[in-house]
Design a binder for this molecule. Structure first.
Ligand SMILES: NC(=O)c1ccc[n+]([C@@H]2O[C@H](COP(=O)([O-])OP(=O)(O)OC[C@H]3O[C@@H](n4cnc5c(N)ncnc54)[C@H](OP(=O)(O)O)[C@@H]3O)[C@@H](O)[C@H]2O)c1
Length: 196
């Protein structure tokens, strides 16, 4: 399957400023419904093998940051293989294969969370908590309306964010979807927009 991305080149340098000024610089990865739903009853909304493959290949070898409920939604409640699993929880006892963090402050003291290859993988509470530290969001937009009880913010309506790239439409397991890349505007970009 060939996936084509069409990135805006004009804003490719916007992150240098942000990286130098912030303690953390992360990416977000998620799959959303037409209403930006991400889950229901602590389960994903869709089973899309091509999207799971994209998730595996994109996050393999990297740090993944999640909430306790998302960890528990994995088969057997086990961490993801071949990744450095960091789990937010105030209640979970640490066990092999995961690093538990009790607060945002604790996360900030973990060096692996500060490199630019850490992925925030959900769920809703952790996406919202870490949004200020995320500069790139890889969002699989599924063209389907499904009841949900967990949501991602609507990136099309977020100030300071823009759609930087989008794949062609893909069909898999009966679902139609696109891989979208959203990026945060740099301070310099925001200033330019306000002046215009
Ligand atoms: N579509 C997707 O791409 C995607 C990806 C991931 C997850 N999901 C879905 O998202 C849903 C789960 O989202 P959720 O918001 O209910 O749960 P969650 O974010 O996965 O986990 C929530 C838990 O994280 C811990 N936590 C949150 N904020 C914290 C903080 N500031 N400090 C310390 N611990 C903190 C708490 O654990 P304790 O209670 O133990 O303290 C809290 O109960 C599920 O339906 C799942 O399938 C969807």
């Amino acid at each position: 399957m060939k996936i084509l991305y069409h990135e805006k080149i004009t804003v490719s340098s916007v992150f240098n400023t942000i990286v130098s000024e912030r303690k953390m610089f992360m990416k977000l990865i998620a799959a959303v419904s037409a209403e930006w739903g991400i889950g229901k009853d602590n389960k994903l909304l869709f089973s899309i093998p091509a999207d799971m493959k994209f998730f595996r290949e994109t996050t393999k070898g990297h740090t993944v940051i999640m909430g306790r409920k998302t960890l528990e939604s994995f088969p057997g409640g086990n961490p993801l293989k071949n990744r450095n699993n960091i789990v937010f929880s105030k209640t979970l006892k640490p066990f092999a294969g995961i690093t538990v963090v009790r607060s945002l402050d604790e996360l900030m003291h973990i060096p692996e969370a500060s490199d630019n290859d850490a992925f925030v993988i959900g769920g809703e509470s952790i996406y919202r908590l870490l949004l200020p530290y995320i500069d790139i969001a890889l969002i699989t937009k599924v063209n389907a309306s499904t009841p949900a009880d967990s949501f991602l913010p609507d990136f099309d309506g977020l100030a300071d964010w823009y759609l930087a790239g989008k794949s062609d439409e893909i069909i898999d397991n009966g679902y139609s979807f696109t891989f979208c890349t959203y990026r945060r505007l740099a301070d310099s970009e925001r200033n330019n927009i306000r002046k215009d």
